[in-house]
Write a protein that binds this ligand. Structure first.
Ligand SMILES: [Zn+2]
Length: 293
């Protein structure tokens, strides 16, 4: 039926593949027209339409689509890379091909976003902390045993960006619904809100007794909640005193559970505790027989 001039005689339309001009691809009642320019493709379609009409047939416009393919794929790939602020290095292209390797581009963009996130003044500090305690944080790299949502929530909680304020009942200004002292973050709820003080104390006592039990098991003379007075007369309380008479040495332990904030936190906390206990050491109870505890 397509015994038409443009289609079969003129050097118009189609694309050259392997030295041959291909103008159309036909399969059952489907027809694909090929052309290098949109105007020529339109002419070809009008021509087909004329022929169809002669035979009482109609082209279904709803089922007709135009697909634009890229002719100069290398140039187009370079343009795409530049639009993503990527230097189109050879390594980013498929081997012996002219188009970009999508996996490599995706990894590059992912690493770039990760670097931006790491430099974020708030969220970025968590990356440092995750690195600092690989033993405790190995679940971040290997999320076996957690569902995706549990793993994601865990990271949000460690990073103090969990949506506690999303819980119903929060006040309008994001301040803690109980004490109104601070913005209601997980760190505030767990670490400093007076509303949770009893729970916090219970947690502290639990941690203290775990440590004390471990010391007893290791043959230390162990005392918990040892009270005394500092040199200035104020009350001091030591969580654990543990010593071994055989070695005449021991430990003063004051366990504290703090929400991780920055790299310097452990050293700062250590100094804070030492300062608190410094004035106490001269008044150590008679339980300590040694010159040093
Ligand atoms: Zn509060």
């Amino acid at each position: 039926m397509m015994n038409n001039k443009m289609f079969y005689e003129e050097n118009m339309g189609g694309v050259i593949v392997g030295g041959r001009r291909i103008k159309s691809i036909k399969f059952a009642d489907d027809l694909a027209l090929l052309a290098e320019e949109e105007a020529i493709l339109r002419d070809m379609l009008l021509e087909i339409n004329d022929i169809c009409e002669q035979y009482g047939m109609k082209i279904n416009a709803n089922k007709t689509k135009t697909i634009k393919t890229i002719k100069k794929i290398h140039e187009e790939s370079i343009r795409c890379a530049q639009s993503l602020n990527i230097v189109p290095e050879d390594a980013l292209f498929h081997k012996n091909e002219h188009f970009l390797n999508v996996t490599k581009i995706r990894n590059l963009l992912r690493n770039r976003e990760f670097d931006i996130w790491c430099r974020h003044p708030e969220k970025g500090k968590d990356v440092v902390l995750f690195k600092q305690y690989p033993g405790a944080n190995k679940w971040i790299c290997k999320h076996e045993g957690h569902s995706n949502s549990e793993w994601r929530d865990g990271i949000k909680m460690v990073g103090n960006v969990a949506a506690v304020r999303a819980v119903s009942g929060r006040s309008q200004d994001n301040r803690c619904r109980h004490c109104h002292n601070e913005v209601e973050t997980l760190a505030h709820v767990l670490g400093s809100c007076p509303h949770g003080e009893a729970l916090r104390n219970a947690r502290h006592h639990q941690v203290r007794s775990i440590i004390a039990t471990a010391l007893k098991d290791a043959d230390y003379n162990t005392f918990e909640e040892v009270h005394g007075l500092s040199v200035t007369g104020s009350t001091r309380r030591i969580d654990i005193i543990a010593f071994k008479e055989s070695t005449r040495s021991g430990y003063i332990i004051d366990p504290t559970v703090r929400f991780e904030t920055d790299e310097e936190q452990p050293a700062e906390l250590d100094n804070e505790k030492k300062e608190y206990l410094q004035s106490y050491h001269s008044l150590l109870p008679q339980k300590i027989p040694a010159k040093r505890a």
